[in-house]
Write a protein that binds this ligand. Structure first.
Ligand code: PLP
Length: 230
């Protein structure tokens, strides 16, 4: 099965490279975060052998179970909604949380980060499309949110994240990704003490559009792992 996996990874990397080329970007600007929800640890080990080193999980418990097994051999990103009672279990384990989606969680992470003496690296999830079903701050809530978090020492905001609506024609997602980039640029300009280098956007259905619009982290699951889902 590793043959299939390496082919799929190669294909995804090639599509990322082509999207970079089309938009005049370097492939070194875009990191593939392999989304491994519903993927067994043994298949993750194969993916590691194929050169993937950063894995995104959307549920804390699944991440922790896999962490027991693979531990620090890979980098772990939390990409899904984080309940406040679970946050403490992630301390020292995750490189990046993509899904900081409310002020209450920012304040809790800040407290944990200060207690540990290690700030959390986080991205702020923005609900650009305004769908009711999606987590994240609305664009209008961002100024007030950044007013508060700029004084926090226990979290380091490194950029923004969004999920686009699922569209039959991925081209339709372009305004969502473009808006996230413009929001980031505006905040970065108004608040130069932040280093908002990351835009986490693009999934299997739409990652090429996201790369063209400036994604630095693409979160890709099914294009790589669909035949391995449990
Ligand atoms: C599952 C998931 C992905 C990956 O989705 P695919 O369509 O399988 O590539 C990306 N981001 C988040 C937050 C997810 O939950």
């Amino acid at each position: 099965m590793q043959g299939t996996l390496s082919k799929r990874i190669e294909m995804v990397n090639e599509r990322i490279a082509k999207a970079c080329h089309r938009s005049g970007r370097s492939t070194s600007e875009v990191k593939l975060v392999a989304v491994t929800k519903r993927v067994a640890v043994e298949n993750m080990r194969d993916a590691l052998q194929c050169g993937l080193d950063t894995f995104g999980e959307n549920r804390v418990q699944e991440l922790l179970n896999k962490y027991e097994d693979i531990g620090k051999a890979v980098k772990w990103h939390l990409i899904g909604h984080l309940q406040r009672n679970k946050a403490k279990y992630l301390a020292g384990k995750v490189e990046l949380i993509h899904s900081l989606d409310r002020l209450e969680l920012a304040l809790l992470l800040d407290k944990l980060g200060n207690d540990q003496g290690i700030p959390w690296q986080v991205l702020v999830q923005v609900n650009v499309s305004g769908e009711d079903t999606k987590y994240g701050l609305s664009p209008e809530e961002l100024p007030e949110f950044f007013d508060v978090v700029q004084d926090l020492q226990g979290i380091k905001v490194r950029g923004l994240m969004t999920m686009a609506p699922l569209e039959d024609d991925p081209e339709k997602t372009r305004p969502v990704f473009r808006n996230l980039r413009l929001l980031r640029d505006q905040i970065a300009q108004e608040r130069p003490h932040f280093d908002l280098c990351h835009l986490s956007m693009g999934m299997t259905n739409d990652f090429e559009i996201a790369v063209e619009e400036g994604a630095t982290l693409v979160r890709i699951g099914s294009a790589i792992f669909s035949s391995f889902y449990q």
